[in-house]
Design a protein around this ligand. Structure first.
Ligand code: CP
Length: 311
């Protein structure tokens, strides 16, 4: 296996298809650890991982912490409300001070795009982007890819519909980069107001902007539904949640347009009854909880590769 030579994981945009495949292959080997009675291997003994989350998180934060612990690394969680940020310290000063304690990896989530990139320049530790504003969420796209591989056996040639609030979604952005690099046909759809203008330049690389969610779902192998990100909306992008649900929500009826064996993904947290109906979220096509399982394996792989674990 080729060596993964990066110091940081800041996004999917800069990764090659080969690098993405290396992470997924390593993640596959780590899945088995979480199925053991004793869910721990000594691989990262003596390494330190700091989780620095400036935005709420259930899945990403917990799985990075568990990933570090299952690899025997020391995991430290810093809460922004109890850190010296509350006293006015800047993020960059905070990063430099953390760096002085010589951690090996800092996992960061922030509401502003580019914060992980700034920290990567200021820190000797490997920086992992756990979501920066509406920019990227690379480990989410990697775990989505792992879910697709596990259940479809391939990504190349699959038709993937990504539905909903594309504009504010770092998950959509990272997935568009990843899935088109690996040869999927990706179709995004949602209200016109929630389709980013800068996606036009990706159109020749395997991305289609579909005129309706029905046309995106038609014959899809994978239907990925995105959360409406109310916290990032400072204006009205659609009239009401009820109207959104009627016109853009994934219902059982709409899912019938996809291939009979289509799978349904959602990064979570879900707004049930808004972007996805409960009977779809809990239905037989849904792999939403499988995504969470694969997320742990992907994060173990990322920590392992960034700390030079291959040796
Ligand atoms: N998918 C995801 O990032 O979930 P959390 O916000 O709970 O981490």
């Amino acid at each position: 296996m080729d060596k993964f030579k990066r110091k940081d994981l800041l996004g999917i945009k800069d990764l090659s298809a080969e690098e993405i495949k290396i992470i997924l292959q390593v993640a596959e080997t780590f899945r088995e650890v979480s199925r053991r009675d004793v869910k721990k291997v000594p691989t990262l003994r003596g390494k330190t991982v700091i989780n620095l989350f400036f935005e709420p998180s259930t899945r990403t934060r917990t799985s990075f912490e568990l990933a570090a612990k299952r690899l025997s690394a020391d995991a430290v969680n810093i809460s922004t409300s109890t850190s010296s940020l509350a006293k006015g310290e800047t993020i960059l000063d905070m990063a430099k001070n953390l760096d002085a304690m010589a951690p090996h990896v800092i996992v960061v989530r922030h509401s502003s795009a580019g914060v992980p990139h700034q920290l990567a320049k200021a820190s000797r530790a490997s920086i992992v982007n756990a979501g920066d504003g509406s920019n990227e969420h690379p480990t989410q796209a990697l775990l989505d890819a792992m879910t697709i591989y596990e259940h479809k056996g391939r990504i190349e040639g699959l038709r993937v519909a990504i539905l909903g609030d594309i504009l504010h979604s770092r998950v959509a952005r990272s997935n568009v980069y990843l899935l088109t690099k690996l040869g999927a046909e990706v179709c995004v759809a949602g209200p016109n107001t929630l389709i980013p203008q800068d996606f036009q330049h990706l159109v020749e690389n395997g991305l289609t902007i579909c005129p309706s969610i029905e046309s995106a779902i038609q014959d899809a192998d994978v239907v990925m539904v995105l959360r409406i990100q109310k916290e990032r909306m400072n204006e009205a992008f659609f009239p009401t949640m009820r109207e959104y649900s009627i016109h853009y929500g994934l219902t059982k009826e709409r899912l019938k347009l996809a291939k009979p064996d289509a799978i349904v993904l959602h990064p979570g947290p879900m707004n049930r009854g808004v972007e996805i109906a409960s009977d779809v979220a809990d239905g037989s096509s849904s792999l939403i909880l499988n995504q969470v399982e694969y997320g742990l394996a992907v994060r173990m792989a990322v920590l392992y590769l960034l700390t030079g674990g291959e040796d």
